[in-house]
Design a protein around this ligand. Structure first.
Ligand code: HPA
Length: 246
């Protein structure tokens, strides 16, 4: 149960350098995952890749079947997940292209199927989520970033918002008052579901834009997409370093 998976978000629907050996279309008790599981070799190391928003990129953040995605990976023998996600930068200095390995989460999502512990339980279960990310995976990612020559920010609080719309400037002010440094739409319930199944999980976040009200730049999909492209190229290098070194 120690296989490694990468969940790719916006800007990362495939992993450069991954030599795909098998594509598995699987089912789970929670329904179908977003896409087939792509099992392959990255730098000669076996990993599994899953495109969070589907292929093509068409499933919005609030419609991702997070339970099916995490269950399918667990069922495939995965024990460690590196989740790549596009985010808006709230804290000053988190500009487009920056890479962040956050260490905390605040969940503002609602109405998402967010737990495996719902029906037919023998007893009520509460998982410890004090430290939502795996410290060892985080350290491995930061070390890989260093080797790849990427100045990744160590730590930060990830605000998970509902989407699919971006936030208002006042909402971002509120997130900042809450202590959040970056904002994205897919970090939850993904991280909590991985924890419920005892899997290690860490985020590799790429800043695609300054969050709403934090820059004069228009927040259009074109701007976000083009900013993301260069950050994601760095993350692909980081992931190669991560698998070969870790
Ligand atoms: N807000 C929420 N999610 C995001 C953003 C943002 O500004 N940028 C990329 N994902």
């Amino acid at each position: 149960m120690n296989g490694l998976a990468v969940i790719g978000g916006s800007g990362l629907i495939e992993l450069a350098g991954l030599r795909i050996v098998r594509r598995d279309t699987v089912d789970t008790p929670w329904g179908r995952p977003s896409a087939p599981l792509c099992h392959g070799l990255l730098e000669g190391i076996a990993i599994t890749f899953l495109a969070r928003h589907g292929v093509p990129h068409a499933i919005p953040p609030h419609r991702v079947n997070y339970r099916a995605n995490i269950w399918a990976l667990h069922q495939a023998g995965i024990g460690r997940i590196v989740a790549v996600a596009a985010v808006g930068g709230i804290r000053s200095g988190l500009d487009s292209g920056a890479v962040v390995v956050p260490d905390q989460i605040v969940d503002y999502t609602w109405g998402r199927a967010h737990t495996f512990f719902e029906d037919d339980l023998e007893h009520v279960t509460h998982v410890d989520f004090t430290s939502p990310y795996c410290a060892q995976l985080r350290a491995g990612l930061l070390e890989a970033a260093r080797r790849a020559g990427i100045d990744a920010a160590d730590g930060g609080t990830y605000a998970a918002t509902q989407g699919p719309r971006l936030e208002s400037a006042a909402e971002i002010d509120r997130l900042e008052r809450d202590g959040c440094d970056l904002v994205g739409m897919t970090g939850m319930p993904e991280a909590a579901l991985a924890r419920e199944l005892g899997m290690s999980y860490a985020h590799c976040a790429v800043v695609s834009n300054r969050a709403a009200g934090r820059s004069a730049e228009a927040l259009t999909m074109d701007v976000i997409r083009s900013n993301l492209a260069s950050g994601v190229a760095g993350v692909q290098r980081l992931l190669c370093e991560f698998v070969s070194g870790g």
